[in-house]
Design a protein around this ligand. Structure first.
Ligand SMILES: NC(=O)c1ccc[n+]([C@@H]2O[C@H](COP(=O)([O-])OP(=O)(O)OC[C@H]3O[C@@H](n4cnc5c(N)ncnc54)[C@H](O)[C@@H]3O)[C@@H](O)[C@H]2O)c1
Ligand SMILES: O=P(O)(O)OC[C@H](O)CO
Length: 309
């Protein structure tokens, strides 16, 4: 048994929370999953826990933090955040929110090209655990690594988190590209231009440039922008087929974080004067201001420019 059978609590009973719990169970760890729907006493569950993994969607981060604050969390408990989103009111990332609420606790970000359905089938995948406290990240690496799940260390939690969050906007754009059958050249151009847009925003918000070229940045961009399993990709794809956003969301399994992220990111970009042309078109499309075809036209007709500037 690994690491003296560390006790883990996963908060969030969605597909990602269940998947992370299963990965820990494969290593014979004692895992409990708590969700707001189970009605169980969270205080009792975390009484002897050593690691808390938060896998709630962004809407659930602040309520989860507030609930744990009422329980006076032991400062030795390692907190892992696996959410990919931006909090709408403060525009902060989950890492910031957790860090602000529990400054004494070791904090780890987990993010990577991780489509839960593939991991649940036992297909090989890799992820990143990032922390300013290397010891905490190393522990998580040991707890979750297995034959089919390879966990890498990183010391840039913000960059790791932002890569996973910002690519969701690009996944919507990528779904549009495929739904409109724009071809491989268009898709390659879109994904290649998406990366500097992510780097521009991500470094401005405090991530290291190098991180965005790793698994949690480029890796997750490729996974999410190329897979029909991605909910964000599905939103874009189905918009391109002519469905409305409410129609798509009514049938979507789970959360497409990119919808909220696009709105928050537009506010950040305006405030910090960041050039985010793809995000801007995704935003107008999600608001119903333009059609998918017009979004493509607007991207193509922008002023001509140098590739790197
Ligand atoms: N599904 C994946 O493949 C995957 C992979 C990596 C990361 N993620 C990220 O993990 C997070 C969760 O994804 P998911 O696929 O499990 O989503 P999901 O929609 O299946 O589950 C969301 C979870 O958040 C909880 N939640 C929502 N609002 C809440 C609130 N107000 N208070 C408390 N809890 C609340 C729900 O009860 C549920 O347990 C997202 O940020 C997602 O981007 C998902
Ligand atoms: O289904 P999505 O679009 O939330 O994507 C899931 C993961 O973020 C892929 O790494």
């Amino acid at each position: 048994m690994l690491e003296n059978a560390k006790k883990i609590t996963v908060i969030g009973g969605g597909i990602w929370g269940q998947t992370l719990a299963n990965l820990a169970r494969l290593n014979h760890l004692a895992v409990r999953v708590w969700s707001r729907h189970t009605g169980e006493d969270l205080g009792a569950i975390i009484a002897d826990t050593e690691v808390i993994i938060s896998a709630v969607s962004i809407k659930g981060v602040v309520p989860t933090i507030e609930k744990l604050q009422q329980l006076q969390l032991n400062s030795r408990i390692i907190i892992v955040t696996a959410t990919k989103g931006l909090e709408p009111i403060t525009t902060r990332t989950p890492f910031h929110l957790w860090n602000q609420a529990f400054p004494a606790n070791p904090l780890v970000v987990l993010s990577g090209p991780n489509l839960a359905k593939e991991i649940n089938q036992g297909l090989p995948a890799a992820t990143v655990v990032a922390s300013y406290l290397q010891k905490a990240a190393i522990l998580l690496q040991k707890l979750l690594s297995g034959e089919s799940f390879r966990v890498y260390l990183n010391s840039d939690p913000l960059g790791t988190e932002l890569g996973g969050t910002l690519k969701n906007v690009m996944a919507i754009a990528s779904g549009v590209c495929d739904g409109l059958q724009l071809g491989t050249n268009a898709k390659s151009a879109l994904l290649t231009r998406a990366l500097p847009e992510i780097v521009r925003v991500g470094t401005c918000l405090g991530g290291c440039q190098e991180t965005f070229f790793g698994l949690s940045g480029l890796g997750d961009l490729l996974a999410t922008c190329n897979s029909p399993l991605s909910r964000n990709y599905q939103v874009g794809y189905q918009l391109a087929l002519g469905l409305s956003l409410p129609e798509i969301l009514a049938k979507l399994e789970g959360t497409a974080e990119g919808i909220n992220t696009t709105e928050v990111l537009m506010r950040i970009a305006q405030e910090k004067n960041l050039y985010v042309p793809i995000t801007c078109q995704v935003d107008r499309l999600l608001r119903g201001e333009i059609s998918p075809q017009v979004a493509v036209y607007e991207l193509m007709r922008r002023d001509l420019k140098a590739e790197f500037d």
